[in-house]
Design a protein around this ligand. Structure first.
Ligand code: PMP
Length: 428
């Protein structure tokens, strides 16, 4: 039982409220758990015997090959219930239990939904909540993919300041004090979007004490928390220093968590999962029922098989390997930055994720320097402007990814960036 049952109706917009379950999709769900005697004449399932793919064997780096043949292969190529492959959903629930130890106050009313990458879940969840002109609380620097979802709603952005540790709770409180706690005023924000771990673009990991303060504020002002956490499994601090997720501290059913397999298994496999209060997650699922129908069956079968053979220990070993790999790259990029950018740029060592967030205080805007002169010098970075709510405000920031470029190129890259900055300063 949820201790203080939230009235979710306040959060859900009219379009989402109008969505009705798709009968065909509901039938697919029933069929998935039907006894073998069931004669299925209801759905429009294509006959898998005519699919041209016969069987599939995938070699696994740290494990046994995954072989799909016969019925297994047919299932991997067939439609699935929208919620996800039942075996995978069960594994993901166990994973969430193990990683976050959710409160018994919320867990019985929590749903897990497999999505086509976490972006799919995030997009559809925002589409459940947003109205044209909604007030949206945002951290100062935000993942551009989220801004692209929200911008067409022409929202009233309320930007909350952040520093080298992430969003500042005191500033959030200041922004929220424009409304009465629990206000039903339609101009009051309904949620806080936050990317708390190894944030894109800043690389910050929000400390535990801030998370508690923010949760309390969201509780006081009756806000949902959209915890977009695709870099949760990509942290560089030692285990004892890693902060708990918002989901793990939720006792009121106000956190919707977005996880991703993109950074740890494959980004092209397009798998993520949403975990949160059933009334909201069900609305996301209804949208999936009429859009993608479900995340890729083949991807779900492969990941389910992989998780099965790895077990929790194998999964954790893989995560450690991924984290060590990126941490070494981060250290190399920091070394190169320290050599060439010291005194010219400001940056903090990222505690997770894939990005170094760089401020160039001496120049007013990094846009032209990157988009024109940088490209001409064969160096690509993301200009900071891509990560702010106000597209017209000049940005002094840059985002450098340390994930894929060859490590040997980090030093020439930082050297070129230093030259670019020098030229830019002369041009100003
Ligand atoms: N949120 C954030 C903060 C991200 O950085 C990304 C990936 N760039 C996503 C969501 C989407 O990830 P996925 O591949 O799981 O859709």
């Amino acid at each position: 039982m949820v201790k203080k049952a939230l009235a979710y109706s306040r959060f859900i917009n009219q379009i989402s409220k109008e969505r009705q379950p798709s009968l065909i999709r509901e039938m697919t769900k029933i069929l998935a758990s039907a006894p073998p005697e069931m004669i299925p004449l209801s759905g429009g399932l294509p006959n898998p015997k005519l699919f041209p793919f016969k069987d599939l064997t995938v070699q696994v780096t740290d494990g046994k090959p995954i072989s799909l043949t016969g019925k297994d292969m047919e299932q991997a190529l067939q439609y699935l219930p929208t919620g996800g492959l039942p075996a995978l959903v069960k594994q993901l629930k166990a994973l969430q239990m193990s990683m976050h130890s959710p409160s018994t106050d919320i867990w019985p009313d929590t749903e897990v939904l497999v999505t086509a990458g976490s972006q799919d879940g995030l997009c559809k969840c925002l589409e459940v909540l947003l109205d044209q002109g909604s007030t949206v609380l945002m951290e100062e620097f935000v993942y551009s993919g989220t801004l692209s979802i929200i911008n067409p709603y022409k929202p009233q952005y309320k930007v909350v300041k952040s520093d080298s540790e992430g969003i500042i709770p005191e500033d959030l409180e200041k922004v929220l004090s424009n409304w009465e706690p629990g206000s039903e005023d339609p101009s009051a924000p309904k949620f806080l979007y936050i990317n708390p771990t190894g944030a894109n673009p800043t690389g910050t990991v929000l400390p535990e004490c801030r998370r508690h303060k923010i949760y309390q504020l969201c509780s006081k002002y009756n806000l949902l928390i959209l915890e977009d956490d695709p870099y949760y499994f990509l942290q560089f601090q030692e285990a004892s220093k890693r902060p708990p997720s918002f989901f793990s501290m939720d006792t009121e059913g106000r956190v919707i968590r977005f996880d991703s397999f993109s950074k740890i298994l494959s980004s092209g496999i397009r798998l993520g999962f949403v975990t949160g209060p059933k009334p909201i997650v069900d609305r996301v699922m209804l949208h999936m029922q009429v859009s993608v129908l479900h995340a890729s069956s083949l991807s779900q079968v492969l990941v389910s098989n992989l998780l099965e053979q790895w077990g929790e220990e194998g999964f954790k070993n893989h995560i450690t390997k991924v984290e060590n790999f990126y941490m070494e790259r981060r250290d190399e990029l920091i070394k190169a930055a320290d050599k060439h950018l010291k005194g010219v740029c400001e940056y903090s060592v990222p505690l997770g994720g894939m990005f170094l967030w760089i401020k160039v205080p001496a120049i007013k805007s990094t846009w032209d320097m990157i988009m024109e002169r940088g490209l001409a010098k064969n160096i690509m970075l993301m200009p900071g402007k891509a990560f702010q709510a106000d597209p017209d405000k000049p940005s002094q920031y840059l985002r450098a990814a340390f994930s894929v470029a060859p490590v040997k190129d980090f030093e020439p890259a930082m050297e070129r960036l230093a030259e670019l900055i020098k030229t830019e300063m002369e041009l100003q």
